[in-house]
Design a protein around this ligand. Structure first.
Ligand SMILES: *Cc1c(COP(=O)(O)O)cnc(C)c1O
Length: 463
């Protein structure tokens, strides 16, 4: 499989280069040249296969030619062995045609593990093969950092430096990062906000001599391999339910739900994809008007969805534009310059044939957590509640089951859960001693030179 950029002018690349590159050189995102298909009989067979076996089969056409098949099987098996449920992503019936797909049984209790556990293995394999090293840098407001650290810890060709805002992440979130004492893991607590952390990371990438010297790299949500790994659970859940299905997805950067769209392109009978947003509702506003317009970011009880722009939407836009990179470039340039762009009536119409979008504010989140607990005895986290809330509002076809994606374990967001139902969810056993474990992190001034000095001294890169 070869990959093309959504802006149409970057070089066409094989999977391994796309994996390590992230953003395309023309500023676009990579997508496969074509969508392989899954036949109905293969889909039926997936119902009874192990998750890792399904993952290999679904992803193989996308990686073929770049990785040896036997090695790929091993990497996928290793990645999903780190999950603490035998089904990896168990599908649970809630009643009334609603199902919950639990994506939080990985090492950091959030759905990002499903993709990042595999991406860590793929990065390591590819770097060892090439005799190269990278320094992964990233900023986190909480969740992404710990999933990236767990994915990269103890991997010889990788150093990872994660910046978090000092004293502005929850204690669970901080400890999930800072108690990883592996020599290649470096946590920097920046005396500033999350935005300051993001600006520092951007500034490091823009410092080209520094970037080249330390081979800076990222594992952010625009990386194609992350989307690819996420398509698998849509395929597996649809296979288990054995007929047309809908999905509801708590959405931030549009990576997760785009993976659902990709599964549909491969022939999986997905009738509708419901986007759940919190108060940061750029997508519901787009689906009302066809206009994509940036607003500021408002903090909510589902912080992993507090985003201004859904970067992966560009991938859908490319498809809605008939894969015309010049049109995408024009629209995205307007959007970046003006903060707003009208995508046009016909593109909006096409998108609406598959997607719905709803905004669920923090009060509604509390009501959904309480109602879910009363009706089913299950405790869901605020992100999951946004998805369930959107499914309840927008799913009108009782003949089609809807699968709502559970993206975080409730113990990661105990305050909102306690406010809703008066119960403080507990961490699973394997993290039960999190508060006793020793921590390691450095507090750093909000200053590029100071942060670069820390990254330089932690990198094991020679020269
Ligand atoms: C990242 C994240 C999301 C949003 O996923 P996107 O792929 O950015 O749309 C939702 N819930 C949780 C818990 C997350 O960590």
């Amino acid at each position: 499989m070869k990959y093309v950029s959504t802006r149409g002018t970057a070089p066409v690349l094989p999977f391994d280069d796309v994996l390590l590159t992230g953003l395309a050189r023309d500023g676009g995102l990579y997508l496969p040249e074509s969508w392989p298909t899954i036949t109905p009989s293969r889909l039926r067979a997936f119902a009874d296969m192990r998750y890792a076996e399904v993952a290999v089969e679904v992803m193989w056409p996308f990686v073929e030619g770049a990785i040896d098949e036997g090695i790929f099987v091993e990497l996928v098996e290793d990645a999903y062995r780190s999950f603490r449920h035998p089904d990896v992503v168990p599908l649970v019936e809630l009643g009334g045609g609603v199902w919950l797909l639990e994506l939080f049984h990985g090492p950091t209790l959030a759905f990002k593990d499903v993709a990042l556990q595999l991406v860590g293995h793929l990065f390591e394999h590819e770097l060892l093969k090439r005799g190269e090293r990278v320094t992964i840098v990233g900023a986190t407001s909480g969740d992404t950092g710990s999933a990236a650290i767990e994915a990269c810890r103890d991997r010889e060709p990788i150093d990872i430096c994660i910046l978090h805002p000092h004293e502005r992440v929850s204690e669970v979130q901080r400890r999930q990062m800072t108690t990883v004492l592996s020599p290649n893991v470096h946590n920097l607590a920046v005396e500033g906000t999350f935005d300051d952390c993001q600006d520092l990371v951007k500034a490091m990438f823009n410092d080209l001599p520094f970037r080249d010297r330390f081979h800076l790299s990222a594992v952010n949500s625009i990386n194609w391999a992350r989307i690819l790994a996420q398509t698998v659970y849509y395929v597996k859940a649809a296979a288990q339910l054995g007929g047309p299905v809908a999905f509801s997805v708590p959405t931030g950067n549009f990576g997760n739900i785009f993976a659902g769209w990709a599964a549909r392109q491969m022939g999986v009978p997905i009738r509708r994809l419901v986007i759940g947003s919190n108060r940061n509702d750029i997508l519901p506003r787009f689906f009302e008007s066809g206009v994509m317009a940036m607003h500021g970011v408002t903090p909510t009880s589902s912080p992993s969805m507090d985003i201004q722009v859904s970067s992966n939407f560009e991938r859908l836009l490319f498809e809605l534009c008939g894969r015309n990179g010049a049109v995408v470039t024009h629209l995205m340039t307007r959007f970046r310059a003006d903060g707003t762009v009208d995508m046009g009536e016909s593109r909006l119409g096409m998108a609406r044939e598959i997607f719905d979008a709803a905004r669920i504010d923090d009060d509604a989140v509390l009501r959904v957590i309480a109602a879910t607990y009363e009706r089913t005895g299950r405790i869901v986290d605020p992100h999951t509640a946004v998805g369930l809330g959107a499914a309840g509002l927008l799913h009108h076809d009782p003949a089609t089951p809807i699968v709502s994606l559970a993206t975080a374990h409730p113990a990661k967001f105990p305050d909102a859960v306690e406010e809703a139902i008066g119960i403080r969810p507990e961490l699973p056993d394997f993290l039960g001693d999190l508060f006793e474990r020793p921590e390691r992190y450095e507090v750093v001034a909000n200053d590029l030179a100071a942060v670069e000095a820390h990254v330089a001294s932690s990198s094991r890169m020679e020269g």
